[in-house]
Design a protein around this ligand. Structure first.
Ligand code: GUN
Length: 292
């Protein structure tokens, strides 16, 4: 069994990006500038956005955090989005989800300039991805594909079962795993909350990508020997023994499932760090596209 160590691979990717940034600096070029918009004070979102900004500092990107109050109106957020679209110094930006309930997320995502949409959430970019055209791939699915690539996990002809149909993870994962590419060529089953007898699918799966958000949902008796496990779950479960009072828990019962798996991502330290590395990669791409 091999642990798909996302922390190590993400550090390798950040080092690679840093080398490119150092070269840009040496050439007197502008370095990539990522902005993140956070509305409200959701604990998890604050943590994610903080990590994204710190990662920028580490590799020499410029970064801007736009922190707006929970009471921000849709109009005010759209104004900020237009400002970022028109700010020539910003190469790419993200609007952290979820947004407060008074704001229509879809309207906001549609307003983001696709050239700066380093999350890959705009329909133009999502459509490009679905049609195998070059574009920004959403960071979490992009990170999973990169993990499979760097650990040389065979995917061609395999049955990949995706659990969860979110626009951020499950849906794009189902598209990427089926694409005609070196890391792809899977037969894909996309399961979700209305799927009947999910075990029927997981027991047949060669690769399982779980993005459900139910701690320890996937047990050893639901998978076959040699399965490849990608655990995207990051639920905060109260745990007095931890300094913060909670433990980050995946969808997969690691203890039992890892005994049957050929490859498995840990939580934390698997998919999570990869998401940040790939966001940085998309931001570098945004800079390069704008320079070209
Ligand atoms: N919320 C959870 N994951 C993501 C992500 O990848 N990007 C944004 N913008 N918000 C998120």
């Amino acid at each position: 069994m091999t642990i798909l160590d996302g922390r190590k691979i993400s550090n390798d990717i950040k080092d690679e990006i840093k080398e490119t940034v150092d070269q840009m600096k040496a050439n007197g070029e502008k370095v990539p500038h990522l902005a993140a918009v956070l509305v409200g004070d959701d604990g998890a979102s604050l943590t994610y956005v903080g990590s994204k900004v710190r990662a920028c500092e580490r590799i020499g990107f410029e970064s801007t955090l736009v922190h707006l109050p929970d009471s921000t109106t849709e109009e005010e957020l759209l104004d900020k989005v237009h400002e970022l679209n028109n700010n020539d110094d910003i190469d790419g930006y993200i609007v952290q989800l979820p947004l407060p309930k008074q704001i229509d997320s879809q309207k906001v995502l549609l307003a983001v300039d696709p050239k700066k949409d380093v999350d890959g959430f705009h329909p133009t970019n999502f459509g490009n991805m679905a049609l195998d055209m070059p574009t920004f791939i959403p960071a979490t699915p992009f990170g999973i594909m990169e993990l499979l690539e760097r650990f040389d996990v065979e995917t061609s002809g395999k049955h990949a079962v995706v659990i969860g149909r979110s626009h951020i993870v499950g849906r794009p994962m189902s598209i990427l795993m089926s694409q005609k590419a070196k890391r792809g060529n899977c037969t894909v089953t996309l399961t979700h909350s209305r799927t009947k007898d999910i075990e029927k699918f997981t027991k047949d799966a060669d690769i399982i990508i779980s993005a459900l958000g139910v701690p320890n949902f996937l047990k050893a008796d639901m998978v076959k020997d040699g399965v490849v496990i990608i655990d995207v779950g990051i639920t905060r479960v109260p745990d007095e023994s931890k300094p913060r009072g909670y433990a980050i828990t995946g969808d997969v019962d690691f203890e039992s499932v890892s005994k049957k798996a050929s490859f498995i991502t840990p939580v934390p330290g698997g998919v999570g760090p990869m998401t940040i590395a790939m966001l940085l990669k998309n931001t570098l791409l945004a800079r390069e596209n704008r320079r070209a």
